[in-house]
Design a protein around this ligand. Structure first.
Ligand SMILES: C[C@H](O)[C@H](O)[C@H]1CNC2=NC(N)=NC(=O)C2=N1
Length: 82
């Protein structure tokens, strides 16, 4: 689940392998472009960490971040077929 600390939404994800992690990142990247809101993230093999805030609003958490977080969660639930 997402944690809100230091004016950021944060969540860590773990996948089976790099291929799964990168497939997830590709899906998130397409959504980010579509809604013009982009994550700060890192990837180390099967792990992805994401921080969301809005630079344009002085690095605060805004509705845009909550929307992107929700869309990212939807990517995960689609993947597991739920
Ligand atoms: C010009 C462009 O719309 C802005 O710079 C957008 C792009 N993506 C962004 N992403 C995030 N996370 N915060 C922003 O303030 C932001 N601004």
């Amino acid at each position: 689940m997402w944690n809100e600390t230091n004016n950021k939404l944060y969540r860590a994800f773990e996948f089976k392998d790099f291929s799964e992690a990168f497939a997830f990142m590709t899906r998130v990247a397409l959504i980010a472009e579509k809604i013009d809101h982009h994550p700060t993230w890192t990837n180390t093999w099967n792990k992805v960490e994401i921080w969301l805030n809005t630079h344009d609003a002085g690095d605060m958490v805004t509705e845009k971040d909550r929307e992107l977080a929700k869309r990212i969660d939807q990517v995960l639930s689609l993947k597991s077929g739920v």
